[in-house]
Design a protein around this ligand. Structure first.
Ligand code: ADP
Length: 338
């Protein structure tokens, strides 16, 4: 069993990134490696150039993301953690698969339609062929399982279609070149909202730093941000149904629930009827207790480029080794003399 999953490098990580994305990777690593599977986690830096970007930011974000992943619990000894740019096999296989993928298939991709919008002529070729690189990302490692959210289901289907057609056209039934990966639905991702507006997503692009808890925030900052978080004047309800229409209250209780591993009803059974004056310090303390070790590790690591680059180099070495047999088989199947 082999799991492959990628994430776009992003910097200035916050509680939303942690609870909505990174924590799931850690949970999958722990669950699947215990079953003897290999998890390959990569930073999709090659995908990042499909949209306008600032090169210096991409480099910084790639290192920051590795720092955050490791600080949050991705173990580079147990998982293969790397960035695509150090494993040229991704690009090579993408080109080989470009011969198999059809224009019509790519034209139907909703992400392409959404991101290109009305300006298709001005969109990059990389944005159009992005799903073929994604197919290469997973087929290269004979992935058996790929975690996909709703928005990526179509791309995984495409990867399966590409693998199927390639196997049909260029390999024998007895010795297919590619494994068709199955989707796994990742654990329900939490959606964390801004501390200033319960209807807006917590995001690094919010101009107000008070709107988010950064993974670098120290204990005092976390306490102060939680205490200043926007709320309504009502006391907390005693049941989940009472959070309807109270976006800020719901968000804070939701954060408490995911951070503590408790369900919303048990939290409201404890805090229902009380005002936020009692609940906020409890939430702040919980966040400090859980985030402090992560924040300390993250702050140290993000400055330590030597360690980060060594982690990436080791991961890339492992990934190149795992990729080579499949890449060789794909070249050979196509009749390419090397
Ligand atoms: P941002 O909105 O801060 O720019 P990104 O778009 O770079 O964050 O997201 C990186 C990852 O973190 C994605 O997988 C995304 O789903 C997750 N994520 C970002 N913000 C949140 C949030 N507020 N709640 C849950 N998940 C989030």
């Amino acid at each position: 069993m082999r799991i492959v999953s990628g994430i776009q490098p992003t910097g200035n990580l916050h509680l939303g990134n942690y609870l909505g994305a990174i924590r799931n990777w850690v949970a999958m690593q722990d669950e699947w490696t215990a079953k003897g599977a290999t998890c390959l986690y990569f930073l999709a830096d090659l995908h990042a150039i499909s949209m306008p970007h600032v090169p210096a930011d991409l480099a910084a974000n790639t290192r920051e993301m590795v720092a955050a992943l490791v600080a949050c619990g991705i173990d580079p000894d147990r998982s293969v953690l790397f960035n695509q740019a150090q494993v040229p096999a991704h690009v090579e296989l993408q080109w080989l698969l470009n011969g198999t993928a059809r224009m019509g298939w790519l034209n139907r991709m909703t992400q392409w339609k959404d991101k290109a919008g009305k300006n298709r002529e001005g969109a990059s070729v990389a944005l159009f062929t992005y799903p073929v690189l994604q197919a290469a990302d997973v087929l290269l490692y004979q992935a058996t399982h790929v975690p996909v959210g709703e928005d990526q289901k179509q791309h995984l289907e495409l990867a399966r279609d590409v693998a199927q057609k390639f196997n049909n056209d260029f390999a024998s039934e007895a010795a297919p070149v590619f494994t068709l990966p199955d989707p796994i639905i990742p654990p329900q991702a939490a959606r964390i909202m801004s501390l200033r507006d319960g209807n807006a997503k917590m995001s690094k692009s919010d101009p107000s730093d008070q709107s988010r808890i950064n993974l670098t925030d120290d204990a005092d900052t976390i306490m102060q941000k939680v205490k200043k978080a926007r709320t309504d004047p009502e006391p907390l309800p005693s049941e989940a149904a009472g959070l309807e229409g109270r976006a800020e209250a719901r968000n804070l209780v939701g954060i408490y629930a995911v951070m503590s591993g408790r369900d919303v009803d048990s939290i409201l059974a404890e805090f229902g009827g009380q005002g936020f004056g009692a609940f906020k310090p409890a939430l702040g303390e919980l966040l400090v207790e859980r985030l402090a070790p992560i924040a300390a590790r993250y702050r140290d690591l993000r400055e330590d480029h030597t360690t980060l680059d060594a982690i990436l180099a080791t991961g890339a070495q492992k990934a190149r080794t795992l990729a080579q047999p499949t890449l060789d088989a794909a070249y050979a199947a196509l009749g390419l003399v090397r």
